[in-house]
Design a protein around this ligand. Structure first.
Ligand SMILES: [Zn+2]
Length: 350
């Protein structure tokens, strides 16, 4: 009898204990956007340039897996990276709810894939979990939907590549692809047209390049570098270098185009790279060019080593040498998310 009693107490404790930690049984709807039947592809040869360079296609670098409301009940799910992703959870922050809600799963989305879907609560269960695994009832939105201005989205996942992408979170950059030569003037340094292939390549470049600038290693080395200002002689103080670094991180916009005759063009929100940069970034460090143009976009001229390096006692110093060093570390450590191995169109990287 005593033994039995002890068993009862034990099982009671176990029950109450596990009861506390149980996650409500809510079925998260899972989607795949990995084939011709369940998704379309962006930036394919033959797509209208006006579509590829439209504001609708502008995206935050921190959200290359982008969910965007089309209307109160319909959203577009799009992958702005040239690589596939698996096992991603989309979270939604909805006005009036304190915590983000786990809205749906993506079993797989192919590179540059996009698809329109109804919110999962429209035709399915209205029960969801928030990011603290508390049950949330969204039935109030079943009929009305959610006003686009009342919701924002993010993504998460445990895979290595999704974790790498999270390094981009601190960048404020909105990326838009741009035709800087609408008149097709052959006498300027812009390509007559930016092609789908240019954009596909650029979409990988901005991810890998963005991660370099967002990395702590870059920040630390940049702050320790002797950076010369626009007068060509005065070194920036530590706080001035921190301010310059923050200008890069907090750039709100890059209109990205293809240049000819030169390797790059940069200024304000304009960021252009040449064919060889768009082709080579995935295999070789291109910091000499990318950092130079980024330096221009935050207001530095050619007297400053925020563009061309300065030679001091036989050592090359400036933002470009720093960027080159960090890019090489990324290659050595396998830290880039976009690689020749996972890029989806081998003909783009030959
Ligand atoms: Zn320049």
């Amino acid at each position: 009898m005593k033994v039995l009693f002890r068993t009862l107490v034990c099982s009671f404790l176990i029950l109450s204990c596990s009861d506390k930690e149980t996650i409500p049984n809510v079925d998260l709807k899972s989607y795949s956007f990995d084939s011709e039947t369940n998704s379309n592809l962006m930036f394919q040869d033959g797509e209208e340039m006006s579509t590829m360079t439209s504001e609708w296609r502008a995206y935050e670098i921190s959200k290359v897996i982008r969910v965007k409301p089309i209307d109160n009940k319909t959203i577009e799910v799009a992958n702005f990276a040239p690589i596939d992703f698996e096992d991603v959870t989309i979270t939604a922050s909805i006005k009036g709810f304190t915590k983000p809600i786990k809205l749906f799963k993506i079993a797989k989305i192919r590179a540059h894939g996009k698809q329109e879907i109804k919110y999962p609560f429209v035709d399915n269960s209205s029960l969801f979990l928030n990011t603290s695994n508390q049950e949330v009832d969204l039935s109030t939105f079943k009929e009305s939907g959610i006003a686009p201005e009342d919701i924002t989205f993010d993504f998460k996942g445990d895979s290595k590549v999704v974790q790498q992408l999270k390094g981009l979170t601190k960048l404020k950059w909105v990326i838009k692809y741009h035709d800087f030569d609408p008149e097709n003037n052959p006498d300027n340094n812009w390509a007559e047209d930016i092609t789908a292939k240019d954009i596909r390549r650029f979409s990988g470049l901005v991810i890998n390049m963005g991660l370099v600038f967002a990395s702590n290693d870059f920040k630390n080395e940049f702050i320790n570098e002797n950076i010369i200002g626009n007068d060509g002689t005065t070194s920036l103080t530590k706080s001035e270098k921190e301010a310059a670094y923050n200008l890069i991180i907090n750039k709100t916009r890059y209109n990205c185009g293809k240049v000819v005759n030169v390797s790059g063009l940069g200024g304000g929100s304009t960021l252009g790279f040449a064919e060889h940069v768009l082709r080579d970034y995935i295999r070789k460090e291109t910091g000499f060019i990318t950092a130079h143009e980024i330096g221009h976009t935050i207001g530095y001229n050619h007297s400053s080593n925020m563009t061309y390096p300065h030679e001091v006692d036989g050592v090359s110093i400036g933002i470009s040498p720093v960027t080159t060093r960090i890019m090489n570390q990324f290659f050595e450590n396998g830290s880039y998310p976009v690689t020749p191995e996972n890029y989806y169109l081998s003909s783009d990287i030959e």
